[in-house]
Design a binder for this molecule. Structure first.
Ligand code: OAD
Length: 245
Protein backbone atom coordinates (compact mmCIF):
# COMPACT_ATOMS: atom_id res chain seq x y z
CA UNK A 1 0.00 0.00 0.00
CA UNK A 2 1.38 3.43 -0.89
CA UNK A 3 1.49 6.32 1.54
CA UNK A 4 -1.70 8.41 1.58
CA UNK A 5 -1.57 11.93 0.12
CA UNK A 6 -2.72 13.51 3.40
CA UNK A 7 0.09 11.74 5.29
CA UNK A 8 2.66 13.09 2.87
CA UNK A 9 1.17 16.57 3.25
CA UNK A 10 1.35 16.26 7.04
CA UNK A 11 4.99 15.17 6.87
CA UNK A 12 5.75 18.14 4.57
CA UNK A 13 4.16 20.55 7.05
CA UNK A 14 6.18 19.12 9.94
CA UNK A 15 9.41 19.32 7.97
CA UNK A 16 8.71 22.86 6.76
CA UNK A 17 8.32 24.04 10.37
CA UNK A 18 11.28 22.10 11.76
CA UNK A 19 14.44 23.87 12.88
CA UNK A 20 16.37 20.73 13.74
CA UNK A 21 15.97 17.49 11.82
CA UNK A 22 17.75 14.22 12.49
CA UNK A 23 17.57 11.48 9.87
CA UNK A 24 18.31 7.83 10.60
CA UNK A 25 18.87 5.59 7.60
CA UNK A 26 19.37 1.87 7.06
CA UNK A 27 19.99 -0.45 4.13
CA UNK A 28 16.57 0.32 2.57
CA UNK A 29 17.68 3.84 1.57
CA UNK A 30 20.30 2.24 -0.70
CA UNK A 31 18.11 -0.62 -2.00
CA UNK A 32 17.08 1.37 -5.08
CA UNK A 33 20.77 1.90 -5.89
CA UNK A 34 21.14 -1.89 -6.06
CA UNK A 35 22.72 -2.49 -2.63
CA UNK A 36 21.38 -5.73 -1.12
CA UNK A 37 19.67 -5.23 2.24
CA UNK A 38 20.83 -7.35 5.16
CA UNK A 39 17.67 -9.23 5.90
CA UNK A 40 16.10 -9.26 2.46
CA UNK A 41 16.07 -12.33 0.21
CA UNK A 42 19.13 -11.01 -1.68
CA UNK A 43 21.27 -10.77 1.48
CA UNK A 44 23.35 -13.86 0.69
CA UNK A 45 26.93 -14.21 -0.59
CA UNK A 46 28.07 -17.69 -1.74
CA UNK A 47 25.34 -19.16 0.44
CA UNK A 48 26.43 -17.20 3.53
CA UNK A 49 24.37 -14.51 5.20
CA UNK A 50 26.15 -11.17 5.55
CA UNK A 51 25.32 -11.40 9.24
CA UNK A 52 27.52 -14.54 9.52
CA UNK A 53 30.54 -13.01 7.78
CA UNK A 54 30.53 -9.57 9.38
CA UNK A 55 31.76 -10.87 12.73
CA UNK A 56 35.11 -10.88 14.58
CA UNK A 57 34.80 -14.66 14.93
CA UNK A 58 34.52 -15.16 11.15
CA UNK A 59 37.59 -12.91 10.64
CA UNK A 60 39.63 -14.79 13.27
CA UNK A 61 38.65 -18.14 11.72
CA UNK A 62 39.09 -17.27 8.06
CA UNK A 63 40.30 -13.74 7.25
CA UNK A 64 40.69 -14.61 3.54
CA UNK A 65 37.01 -15.48 3.31
CA UNK A 66 35.93 -12.30 5.10
CA UNK A 67 38.19 -10.19 2.85
CA UNK A 68 36.77 -11.99 -0.22
CA UNK A 69 33.31 -10.96 0.99
CA UNK A 70 34.41 -7.33 1.50
CA UNK A 71 36.22 -7.27 -1.85
CA UNK A 72 32.98 -8.43 -3.48
CA UNK A 73 31.09 -5.68 -1.68
CA UNK A 74 33.71 -3.07 -2.67
CA UNK A 75 33.45 -4.12 -6.29
CA UNK A 76 29.64 -3.99 -6.18
CA UNK A 77 29.53 -0.61 -4.42
CA UNK A 78 32.12 0.99 -6.70
CA UNK A 79 29.73 0.51 -9.60
CA UNK A 80 26.60 1.82 -7.84
CA UNK A 81 25.31 5.37 -7.58
CA UNK A 82 23.25 7.35 -5.07
CA UNK A 83 19.51 7.24 -5.86
CA UNK A 84 16.72 9.85 -5.59
CA UNK A 85 16.36 9.13 -1.84
CA UNK A 86 20.01 10.06 -1.15
CA UNK A 87 19.63 13.11 -3.39
CA UNK A 88 16.43 14.27 -1.66
CA UNK A 89 18.25 14.13 1.69
CA UNK A 90 20.97 16.42 0.33
CA UNK A 91 18.30 18.95 -0.69
CA UNK A 92 16.66 18.62 2.72
CA UNK A 93 19.99 19.41 4.43
CA UNK A 94 20.26 22.59 2.35
CA UNK A 95 16.77 23.73 3.38
CA UNK A 96 16.92 23.21 7.13
CA UNK A 97 18.78 25.28 9.71
CA UNK A 98 20.04 22.22 11.59
CA UNK A 99 20.34 18.79 10.05
CA UNK A 100 22.19 15.61 10.97
CA UNK A 101 22.06 12.34 9.10
CA UNK A 102 22.88 9.22 11.12
CA UNK A 103 23.38 6.18 8.95
CA UNK A 104 23.87 2.50 9.70
CA UNK A 105 25.10 2.02 6.15
CA UNK A 106 28.76 1.59 5.31
CA UNK A 107 28.23 2.08 1.57
CA UNK A 108 29.39 5.74 1.38
CA UNK A 109 26.40 6.64 -0.81
CA UNK A 110 25.20 9.52 1.40
CA UNK A 111 28.63 11.14 1.24
CA UNK A 112 28.87 10.54 -2.50
CA UNK A 113 25.44 12.14 -2.95
CA UNK A 114 26.70 15.24 -1.10
CA UNK A 115 25.40 14.94 2.48
CA UNK A 116 27.71 16.98 4.70
CA UNK A 117 26.58 16.45 8.30
CA UNK A 118 26.92 12.68 8.44
CA UNK A 119 27.42 10.23 11.30
CA UNK A 120 28.41 6.76 10.10
CA UNK A 121 27.49 4.52 13.02
CA UNK A 122 28.91 1.32 11.55
CA UNK A 123 31.97 2.74 9.76
CA UNK A 124 32.69 2.93 6.06
CA UNK A 125 33.60 0.21 3.56
CA UNK A 126 36.38 2.33 2.07
CA UNK A 127 38.21 2.63 5.41
CA UNK A 128 40.65 0.01 6.71
CA UNK A 129 42.21 -0.46 10.15
CA UNK A 130 45.46 -2.18 11.05
CA UNK A 131 44.98 -5.07 13.49
CA UNK A 132 48.51 -4.34 14.79
CA UNK A 133 49.13 -0.60 15.13
CA UNK A 134 45.39 0.30 14.81
CA UNK A 135 46.08 2.98 12.18
CA UNK A 136 42.91 3.88 10.29
CA UNK A 137 43.17 4.95 6.66
CA UNK A 138 41.04 5.40 3.58
CA UNK A 139 41.65 2.86 0.83
CA UNK A 140 39.46 3.05 -2.27
CA UNK A 141 41.07 0.16 -4.15
CA UNK A 142 38.21 -1.86 -5.56
CA UNK A 143 40.01 -5.15 -5.00
CA UNK A 144 42.47 -5.52 -2.11
CA UNK A 145 44.92 -8.45 -1.84
CA UNK A 146 43.62 -11.72 -0.31
CA UNK A 147 45.21 -10.70 3.00
CA UNK A 148 46.02 -6.96 2.84
CA UNK A 149 48.73 -5.68 5.15
CA UNK A 150 49.57 -2.39 6.85
CA UNK A 151 52.11 -0.16 5.05
CA UNK A 152 53.48 0.97 8.42
CA UNK A 153 53.86 -2.21 10.47
CA UNK A 154 53.02 -5.08 8.10
CA UNK A 155 50.20 -6.52 10.25
CA UNK A 156 46.90 -7.67 8.75
CA UNK A 157 44.35 -4.99 7.83
CA UNK A 158 40.65 -5.33 8.54
CA UNK A 159 37.67 -3.34 7.28
CA UNK A 160 37.08 -0.30 9.53
CA UNK A 161 33.47 -1.26 10.09
CA UNK A 162 31.54 -2.35 13.15
CA UNK A 163 30.87 -6.07 13.08
CA UNK A 164 28.21 -8.02 14.95
CA UNK A 165 29.23 -8.45 18.54
CA UNK A 166 31.44 -5.32 18.48
CA UNK A 167 30.82 -2.03 20.27
CA UNK A 168 30.20 1.17 18.37
CA UNK A 169 32.85 3.85 18.88
CA UNK A 170 31.64 5.69 22.02
CA UNK A 171 32.12 9.22 20.60
CA UNK A 172 30.18 8.37 17.44
CA UNK A 173 27.36 6.75 19.38
CA UNK A 174 27.23 9.73 21.75
CA UNK A 175 26.88 12.22 18.88
CA UNK A 176 24.06 10.11 17.39
CA UNK A 177 22.26 9.97 20.74
CA UNK A 178 22.61 13.76 21.18
CA UNK A 179 21.28 14.31 17.64
CA UNK A 180 18.30 12.08 18.48
CA UNK A 181 17.58 13.75 21.81
CA UNK A 182 17.74 17.31 20.52
CA UNK A 183 15.83 17.15 17.23
CA UNK A 184 12.28 18.37 16.72
CA UNK A 185 11.59 15.90 13.94
CA UNK A 186 13.21 12.60 13.06
CA UNK A 187 12.94 10.79 9.75
CA UNK A 188 13.63 7.04 10.01
CA UNK A 189 14.22 5.61 6.57
CA UNK A 190 14.67 2.04 5.33
CA UNK A 191 15.71 0.29 8.51
CA UNK A 192 14.19 -2.83 10.01
CA UNK A 193 14.90 -1.26 13.42
CA UNK A 194 16.22 -4.53 14.81
CA UNK A 195 19.91 -3.84 15.45
CA UNK A 196 20.79 -1.97 18.66
CA UNK A 197 21.76 0.65 19.58
CA UNK A 198 20.70 2.27 16.29
CA UNK A 199 17.19 0.92 16.66
CA UNK A 200 16.62 2.77 19.93
CA UNK A 201 17.50 6.21 18.49
CA UNK A 202 13.95 6.74 17.22
CA UNK A 203 12.62 5.88 20.67
CA UNK A 204 15.10 8.36 22.23
CA UNK A 205 13.81 11.06 19.87
CA UNK A 206 10.18 10.25 20.62
CA UNK A 207 10.80 10.24 24.37
CA UNK A 208 12.20 13.79 24.12
CA UNK A 209 9.09 15.00 22.30
CA UNK A 210 10.22 14.84 18.67
CA UNK A 211 7.82 13.88 15.92
CA UNK A 212 9.09 10.70 14.33
CA UNK A 213 8.23 9.83 10.73
CA UNK A 214 9.05 6.40 9.33
CA UNK A 215 9.58 5.74 5.62
CA UNK A 216 9.70 2.03 4.82
CA UNK A 217 8.38 -0.48 2.32
CA UNK A 218 6.76 -2.40 5.15
CA UNK A 219 5.77 -1.96 8.81
CA UNK A 220 8.58 -2.40 11.36
CA UNK A 221 8.62 -3.26 15.05
CA UNK A 222 8.57 0.48 15.78
CA UNK A 223 5.81 1.57 13.40
CA UNK A 224 2.98 1.58 15.91
CA UNK A 225 4.95 3.79 18.38
CA UNK A 226 5.72 6.48 15.83
CA UNK A 227 3.83 9.61 14.78
CA UNK A 228 3.56 8.94 11.07
CA UNK A 229 4.35 5.94 8.90
CA UNK A 230 4.83 6.47 5.18
CA UNK A 231 4.78 3.14 3.43
CA UNK A 232 6.53 2.88 0.07
CA UNK A 233 9.88 3.29 -1.64
CA UNK A 234 12.26 5.84 -0.16
CA UNK A 235 13.34 6.91 -3.65
CA UNK A 236 9.73 7.83 -4.46
CA UNK A 237 8.52 9.19 -1.13
CA UNK A 238 11.48 11.39 -0.15
CA UNK A 239 11.40 13.51 -3.33
CA UNK A 240 7.64 13.96 -2.69
CA UNK A 241 8.40 15.36 0.76
CA UNK A 242 10.37 18.17 -0.89
CA UNK A 243 7.78 19.10 -3.48
CA UNK A 244 5.90 22.34 -2.97
CA UNK A 245 8.31 24.06 -0.56
P1 OAD B 1 17.71 -4.46 7.05
O1 OAD B 1 18.08 -5.27 5.85
O2 OAD B 1 17.52 -5.16 8.35
O3 OAD B 1 16.36 -3.66 6.77
C1 OAD B 1 16.16 -2.96 5.58
C2 OAD B 1 14.83 -2.25 5.69
O4 OAD B 1 14.67 -1.44 4.54
C3 OAD B 1 13.61 -3.18 5.76
O5 OAD B 1 12.76 -2.72 6.82
C4 OAD B 1 12.93 -3.00 4.41
O6 OAD B 1 11.50 -3.09 4.51
C5 OAD B 1 13.32 -1.58 4.06
N1 OAD B 1 13.39 -1.28 2.62
C6 OAD B 1 13.86 -2.07 1.62
N2 OAD B 1 13.81 -1.43 0.45
C7 OAD B 1 13.31 -0.20 0.70
C8 OAD B 1 13.02 0.95 -0.11
N3 OAD B 1 13.25 0.96 -1.42
N4 OAD B 1 12.50 2.04 0.49
C9 OAD B 1 12.24 2.06 1.84
N5 OAD B 1 12.50 1.00 2.65
C10 OAD B 1 13.03 -0.10 2.09
O7 OAD B 1 18.82 -3.31 7.17
P2 OAD B 1 19.16 -2.32 8.38
O8 OAD B 1 17.95 -1.99 9.18
O9 OAD B 1 19.95 -1.23 7.81
O10 OAD B 1 24.80 -3.78 10.88
O11 OAD B 1 20.11 -3.22 9.24
C11 OAD B 1 20.72 -2.62 10.34
C12 OAD B 1 22.08 -3.17 10.55
O12 OAD B 1 22.02 -4.57 10.60
C13 OAD B 1 23.07 -2.90 9.43
O13 OAD B 1 23.72 -1.67 9.52
C14 OAD B 1 24.07 -3.97 9.66
C15 OAD B 1 23.04 -5.07 9.73
O14 OAD B 1 23.40 -6.28 10.01
C16 OAD B 1 26.10 -4.07 10.91
O15 OAD B 1 26.72 -4.42 9.93
C17 OAD B 1 26.72 -3.89 12.25
Amino acid sequence: MDAEVQDIERACQWLATTEQLTVLTGAGVSAESGVPTFRGKDGLWRGFRATDLATPEAFARDPKQVWAFYNWRRQLLASLKPNPAHEALVRLEAKLPQFILVTQNIDDLHRRAGTRKLIELHGNIWMVRCTGCQTVSRNEDVWLPELPSCDDCGALLRPHVVWFGEQLQPAILKSAVVASRTCQTMLVIGTSAIVQPAASLAIEAKAQGARVIEVNLEPTVHSHHLDLVLQGKAGVLLPQLLEGW
